[in-house]
Design a protein around this ligand. Structure first.
Ligand code: AGP
Length: 617
């Protein structure tokens, strides 16, 4: 996600901004820029791509000055181009803003501002902010006029969404105004009156370990003499100065030992971001901005083909079950690598859904192109904004899960399943195959998921203990049925790709057609058996495993009073809609795989032979 740096002091600011942005590279980004204020002008340099590209621009056109702001952008609205890179400037070039977060009412505000004569130069949501601040500074109610912090406060009062921002202006110079709501921001308290702003400690730790973490709703006005933290309607507030005792490598992982654990733990937030502004609980529907204007086309769809690889193929399988079970649309899931070369037949009125965290997986990209070439309508379910698949599909739905650094996909998977559930509700309500009442049930269940995942993450210590019992196993079998058959496949993939233990996922009933021959006391069997529509069937599969001496790790509902006495180890999950149980079942299995891998000393974030994005066939 985006990174923010700012500095006021006596040193040349540009090298400090670049250094701070480099320390934030781990957050994932696709463009970078700086704004430096000097002699009544704001000099902005920004460039798509890595910071090295920005450094080339600065080498050709250096900027000097003793205060300014910088930004690394993880695109959420508008592709990663130079034009969309931050900082964004007002038309007259006397205000500059950097922003981390999502402005949900940006579309409405952009229209209003354009109606009042503002000219926009980017496709971003952030740009509405700089125009609003300029407007408040010049014509705002009362105190906003002539004061940068008051103008920022008045502008933010019109924003719906999340932000971490830093603002500079030649109209109120020698000042950085920062504000935070939903996107972390801190102040670095330097020596000799120099002060820093940063998205996290990594941005400032080279210069100071004394930081002030802003709370949601806080603003800060930073001047050469120091800083004041204040809140609208409250005025100045005291925030403690904390001492950062992490080393830099830890700070980049937010204090976690591995990115994978950080990304498992941030799932409550990423699942909230995936749903932010998209649920319509009263209506029993959803609002997917990326599909605007496609109602007729989507009503005419007669068949859906889902394309993906690895974990994305697993979430696609769950999507298949949802789309047929709930929206009643004939759906098939294909390994993208197979689809492309088997001379598939794509009939008219076929919709393909290409699922890809990176949006760059070659197998999926080429399979999508094959389907498109045969006339299919193409949707992307992608995390990386502006990625190739996102750009080449006719439309799509972004995960908004933030960059996923660990090679083993975790938060992207759970967000993919959630997006597919929202898409299913959207199609079911649009085509009249899902009633408002049932739609409300599913939307209500979705709304509870982040809190339920938070509850599941509290079992991490118990899973760490369970991992100790099985870290030396040679083989694992994962079983599930219905919606949780794909969850079994995903649980097995998580384990095998980071611990190098052989693990197979299987439909629970299918186990008796072969794999049951493998079962003995040395093969742990994970069975996902929530109280869903196929619970009784899975229950008998468990009895079959038990009868052969198998050792069972049961993922069961927290109100299950039967299986708790049958399985050897219990992992409980809360009740939810059947279609959403794979999200809840997967979180403890991610943790189990993680702790087993850590015990085995593998490279958890970069497992051998694997890449985060397989851009070759
Ligand atoms: C999942 O943990 C793996 N890293 C891998 O299977 C991955 O899901 C697959 O390569 C697809 O990647 P994508 O979602 O970026 O297209």
């Amino acid at each position: 996600m985006c990174g923010i740096v700012g500095y006021i002091g006596e040193q040349q600011v540009t090298p400090l901004l670049i250094q701070g942005l480099k320390r934030l590279e781990y957050r994932g980004y696709d463009s970078a820029g700086v704004a430096v204020v000097r002699d009544g002008t704001i000099q902005v340099r920004k460039e798509a791509g890595k910071i090295a590209e920005l450094e080339k621009v600065l080498e050709a056109e250096p900027v000097e000055g003793v205060y300014g702001i910088g930004h690394t952008r993880w695109a959420t609205h508008g592709p990663p181009t130079t034009r969309n890179a931050h900082p964004h400037m007002s038309e007259k070039g006397d205000f500059a803003v950097v922003h981390n977060g999502i402005i949900e009412n940006a579309g409405t505000l952009r229209k209003l501002l354009q109606g009042r004569g503002h000219v926009f130069s980017s496709e971003t949501d952030t740009e509405v902010l700089v125009h609003l601040i300029e407007e408040m500074f010049e014509r705002g109610e009362g105190r906003a006029q002539g004061s940068l912090e008051r103008a920022v406060e008045a502008a933010l009062g019109q924003i719906e969404g999340t932000y971490g921002i830093a603002v500079v202006s030649t109209r109120d110079p020698n000042k950085i105004v920062a504000a935070r709501l939903g996107s972390p921001l801190l102040i670095g308290v330097g020596e000799n009156g120099e002060t820093f702003v940063g998205s996290d400690a990594a941005a400032v730790i080279a210069h100071t370990r004394e930081v002030v973490y802003l709370d949601d709703g806080d603003m800060a006005t930073i001047t050469p003499g120091g800083y004041v933290v204040h809140r609208p309607t409250q005025g100045p507030v005291n925030r403690p100065v904390s001492h950062v005792d992490w080393d830099l490598s830890e700070v980049e992982r937010g204090g976690y030992p591995h990115f994978m654990l950080k990304e498992i733990m941030e799932q409550p937030n990423t699942l909230r971001e995936t749903m932010r502004g998209r649920l319509l609980p009263e209506d029993g529907g959803v609002k997917l901005g990326g599909l605007t204007g496609m109602d007729e086309e989507l009503r005419a769809v007669e068949r859906i083909i889902i394309l993906g690889c690895g974990t994305s193929w697993h979430s696609g399988l769950i999507g298949e079950y949802m789309l047929e079970d709930i929206a009643r649309i004939p759906t098939d899931v294909e390994y993208a690598s197979e689809f492309r070369y088997r001379r598939p037949v794509v009939e008219p009125n076929t919709l393909t859904i290409s699922i890809s965290q990176s949006g760059e997986t070659a197998d999926t990209l080429w399979a999508m192109r094959e389907a498109k070439q045969q006339g299919a309508t193409t949707l992307g379910v992608v995390n990386a904004v502006g990625s190739t698949i996102a750009r080449e599909t006719d439309a799509g739905i972004y995960l908004h899960a933030g960059p996923e650094i660990g090679v083993a996909s975790t938060k992207a998977f759970t967000s993919q399943v959630l997006v597919l559930a929202m898409l299913t509700v959207h199609l079911g309500r649009l085509r009249g195959t899902l009633s408002q009442a049932r739609g409300r049930e599913i939307v209500r269940a979705m709304h509870q998921i982040p809190e339920q995942v938070s509850h599941l993450l509290e079992m991490a210590p118990a899973l760490q203990k369970l991992a100790e019992e099985y870290a030396e196993s040679k083989n694992f079998l994962y079983l599930g049925r219905g919606y949780n058959f794909p969850a079994a496949l995903e649980g097995a993939l998580k384990l095998k790709e980071i611990s190098y233990i052989h693990a197979e996922g299987y439909p629970a009933a299918e186990m008796k057609h072969g794999p049951i021959a493998l079962i003995d006391e040395d093969m742990p069997v994970v069975v996902i058996a929530p109280k869903d529509a196929v619970y009784d069937k899975v229950r008998s599969n468990i009895d079959e495993v038990k009868a052969r001496g198998g050792c069972i790790i049961g993922v069961i509902s927290e109100d299950d009073r039967e299986l708790v006495d049958v399985v050897d180890h219990v992992i409980t999950i809360p009740r939810t809609h059947d279609a959403l149980t794979p999200i809840l079942a997967s979180v403890p299995l991610q943790l189990l795989a993680y702790y087993i891998a850590v015990l085995r000393g593998t490279n958890v974030d970069q497992p051998r032979n694997l890449a985060k994005s397989v851009t070759v066939e």
